[in-house]
Design a protein around this ligand. Structure first.
Ligand code: GZL
Length: 324
């Protein structure tokens, strides 16, 4: 995970290139040796989310965290309850990947009112309702719109057929990565009449659901020759569905995805997937660094942006050992 260095952040601010939002009544965080930290995970239904939780657990000792981890099992309502429980326990800091953009906002506000600084990690909330620098300290994560755009650009540059007929497998409905990966991809494709999105449907970022949705959409659109999945788990599920239907992913169907999981890199090596744009789950170290900057009195940039690589047949074998 590449991130803006402290110097870079300072330069960014000094040059006025950034919009460092003055903290507006954000809860302070004192500097001390140990903190009680809450990490309210949305679910553990795929390798990405499991790797993210492990990244926080692996960081805890070195960052002086007494870490409390909860798992909402795929329910935004349960995630809200988990946050409220952490507030009642009197945690010092909350790291939250809001499962969906809106339902978690009241809980974020309750944490702020309780004097608990909140950092959104990996997913964000509706920016029209809650803002970094005012309601929570910052969003730590990737540019999902850019991920969707990069997936589309690779597809348009490398698809060899006459007409690209696309099925899009969307992530969790209402989540910021699903909303933005769709926006980035759809906007990039809109201007190119060689490509047509036949249908777009959620697979909830899950492998089995991705497979089931692909089975259904294959019936409706047997002429599909491109699959764009918002994450690798759904892409792998789609590959299973395509092969079960006698198709040959990588030859008669181009598969384009996002995340960079081990199974996806293997599928690229095996010639079944064309590309996956990285979306790193390793948020533990960046969360520790950002929390300590905040405790030291720094004004944190509203978006601590994570830079993403891209994995293709040219480099998948080189990176598979670091994958999750
Ligand atoms: C992205 C993250 C997404 C991953 C999926 O930051 O929220 O959720 O892309 C995961 O694999 O389920």
């Amino acid at each position: 995970m590449k991130r803006r260095s402290l110097l870079g952040a300072t330069a960014f601010a000094v040059l006025g290139l950034g919009s460092l939002v003055q903290a507006q009544d954000l809860p302070p965080l004192e500097q001390k040796d140990s903190y009680t930290v809450g990490f309210a995970q949305s679910e553990s239904n795929n390798p990405w989310r499991i790797a993210e939780t492990k990244s926080f657990q692996d960081t805890a000792a070195s960052c002086g965290w007494n870490l409390i981890v909860t798992d909402a099992g795929g329910s935004a309502a349960k995630q809200v309850a988990d946050v409220d429980s952490m507030i009642a326990q009197g945690i010092d800091v909350l790291f939250l990947p809001p499962r969906e953009e809106s339902p978690l906002i009241p809980a974020v506000m309750r944490a702020k009112a309780a004097g608990i600084p909140v950092f959104l990690v990996d997913r964000s909330v509706d920016p029209n309702v809650a803002q970094a620098g005012r309601d929570y300290v910052a969003f730590l994560g990737s540019d999902f719109v850019d991920q969707g755009r990069r997936a589309a650009e690779y597809m348009m540059e490398n698809f060899e057929g006459e007409q690209g007929l696309i099925i899009q497998l969307e992530g969790t409905t209402g989540s910021s990565p699903a909303n933005d990966r769709k926006r980035g991809f759809d906007e990039a494709v809109a201007g190119n009449d060689k490509f047509q999105i036949l249908e777009s449907r959620t697979g909830d970022f899950a492998r089995d659901e991705g497979r089931r949705v692909m089975e259904t959409l294959l019936q409706a659109h047997p002429d599909v020759n491109i699959v764009y999945a918002h994450n690798d788990e759904m892409a792998i599920g789609a590959i299973q569905a395509l092969e079960a239907a006698g198709r040959t992913p990588g030859q008669d169907v181009m598969v384009v995805s996002i995340d960079g999981t081990r199974d996806a890199l293997q599928a690229i090596i095996d010639g079944k997937m064309a590309v996956t744009v990285e979306s790193s789950p390793f948020f533990g170290p960046l969360s520790c660094e950002t929390m300590k900057r905040y405790a030291a009195g720094e004004t944190i940039e509203p978006w601590v942006k994570v830079e993403d690589r891209i994995f293709t047949a040219e480099n998948a074998a080189e990176h598979i050992d670091e994958a999750y």
